[in-house]
Design a protein around this ligand. Sequence first.
Ligand code: ME8
Length: 518
Amino acid sequence: MSQGPSRFYLTTPIYYATGEPHIGHAYTTFLADTVARYHRQAGLRVLFLTGTDEHGQKIQEEADGRGMTPIELCDEMAARFEEAWGHLDISYDRFIRTTEAEHVAVVQAFLTRLQERGLIYEDEYSGWYCVHEERYWTSKDLTSEGACPECNRPVREIEEKNYFFRMSRFQEDLVRHLEKNPDWILPQSRQNEVLGFLRQPLSDLSISRPRSRLAWGVPLPFDPEHVTYVWVDALINYVTASGAITPEGEGFDDVSGSWWPADLHIIGKDILTTHAVYWPTLLMGAGLPLPRRILAHGWWVAGETKMSKSMGNVVDPLALEEEFGKDAVRWYLIREMPTGHDASYTPERFLARYEELANILGNLASRVISMIVRYRDGAIPPAPGEGLRAQEDEARRRYREAMEALRVHEAMAAAMDFAREANGYVEQRQPWAQAKEEGRETELDETLATLARALAALTALLFPVMPAKMEELSRGLGLDEPPTLDELGELDLRGRRVEKGAGLFPKKPLEAMGPSSS
Ligand code: ME8
């Protein structure tokens, strides 16, 4: 069904069902959506997975605090995420919830497999636990104040019987895998970080909690008095959704015919260790192939500080969307953050990126369509339209190269540079002068055909990041939908009727950013 180069399986993290989707979740999900749409446009069959992480102490405590049962909270939050993603045009193929029966069965099958291979043992655990990160820490991991090294929150001391996975056995195999695949984790700095981490001896991984302390989880198949550690449960979602393992536990020895292994896990850098150390060693333990690539992107900060719910400084993407439209929010987040690095959210930068859309792309589209209406009665002239062909080819080359290397912001910059060149071409050709002077009809035809073609190329390049606006623009050019990059080669626009729209990106004042911007 889904082996070989004609398929692409990509995932986002599954987000905790404890709070509303915020701009950080939206960024990861937009990035994945852009990559998914790019691959679909290139003719690949795509499985794009997202979902919610619904077990563990964090969920249990949040539900208790709200006077709800955990499943009531999860039902409400999963619906909230699905609604937000639907609203923001996320083209996911599968939304997984870790409370689904199929997933619970696959987690149990996975653990049974590890158990049968002699990789699970029982021992006393004593150490520290951070509920917010759902992570175990040793004393030497903690900050000098004795807090969680990841989020700086207080940690709890734990002493209990746990089951452990023999993660340490796979340390050497993992180092070898990283050395053999220098681009396994992008950006490179994250790959180095993981290699650095693996210079210390790797300990075994606690994979369970006693039911007496935490009931909200997947019972261990070999000891129902314990539930599965939520990170182990959560990571396995990627295999569940691939269809590799049946609920009866079949499939470990042959994943062909399923979507496994994933081509790309997109995550934030906060969850690098769980994805680049726990996950591959668990897969090695189960005898399953590893994901082909991991992209660990950077962090959105507000001014100088990390954006987080507890800091009260998270930006609500849906509020921005109401004022500026979803594609402007998608554009800002994808274009502004150099993929893999941190970026700071400011209302001024948001507006600057919006103006880029309005002044360069929106302006080009409205000028070109208006001139075709005024000078050629709304029909794209039957001229070759080759005036910007070299620039277009170069933009496509840069765009493809950047997308394949997952430098998505650079791909978008290449598209926008091409729009700038098209505006420059208008200035240089001066179609209004060509229209006024006798005998320049052929020249004017060529100018307008070239510009119409440039716009069509822009709809192809920008569709993955701004699907709704690029569909609107392609309809304005008399096309049913944006062409794919491959279709551009043979695109014939001659005689197509253009249509003036309402303006793609209406001008907005700074005040539109809300009170915080003044
Ligand atoms: O960690 N900037 O879920 P989560 C950029 N359930 N990205 C951000 C961000 C920010 N300020 N804040 C959040 C979990 N993110 C686990 C995952 S996967 C098997 C289990 C994004 O709800 C980023 O992708 O805390 C980060 O990795 C993810 O949200 C964490 O989401």
